[in-house]
Design a protein around this ligand. Sequence first.
Ligand code: MF3
Ligand code: CO
Ligand code: CO
Length: 269
Amino acid sequence: MTITIKDAQGIAGMRVAGRLTAELLDYLAPFVKPGVTTNELNDLAEAYTTEVLGAISAPLNYAPSGHNPYPKSICTSVNHQVCHGIPNDKPLKKGDIVNVDVTLIKDGWHGDSSRMYMVGEVSVAARRLCNLTYEAMWKGIMKVRDGAYLGDIGHAIQTFAEGQGLSVVREFCGHGIGAKFHEDPQVLHYGRPGTLDQLKAGMVITIEPMLNAGRREIKEMGDGWAIVTKDRSLSAQWEHTVLVTPTGYEVLTLSANSPAIPAFVTPSA
Ligand code: MF3
Ligand code: CO
Ligand code: CO
């Protein structure tokens, strides 16, 4: 396993890619309304990425081994869909929760981020799941610093999530990111402190917990991509791309309209 360390030029490139990724999520927010289809969101994202941001959608035709090429520019995972939902022509309806996961390539560098969007008014349980999953992601981010262990991140997320009665999906994880979409290491969202690899300044990873309101088990849909909860309970996910710094972390996928950072997050250099 080789984890890439970005030099100053790489970090500069990752900062730009990360910011544009967040700006794409900002751009999509007002369109996520009852009646819009996820295909419409996909097409808006593709046009904005290429025409406004001058970037490339990394998911389009992405074909990791064992998968058919991904057919769309973004992933849209609705309600009990956990991740990798393929956009389609079904309109979103009031009360749905949808994860929009976007990855773009700018000057050869990748940015990867996802947010939950609530479609109109949603149930108390759905809102709680979205908010707690956001907080769980930040609990993991707060562990990032030079010398920290990957197990520290997983443990922070798992203990927070399970303490709230939510379950952590095990089969998908965060990842290193840079000139490639998915690099080493794997960033598990569960685990034990002081285990697995140690982070070093200049590494860039994603933290992207998937939490279920019910049991953690998942299953694959017949399309070769979409993942759903086995018990059909609601699932939520948030994702940031994070640079490891000597004293802490720098979240690269922030923008003007990123959701507010939780109050429990203490500033990091
Ligand atoms: N964006 C996802 C991640 O966070 C990966 C999606 S792969 C795709 O790692 F092909 F489905 F787009
Ligand atoms: Co990712
Ligand atoms: Co992603």
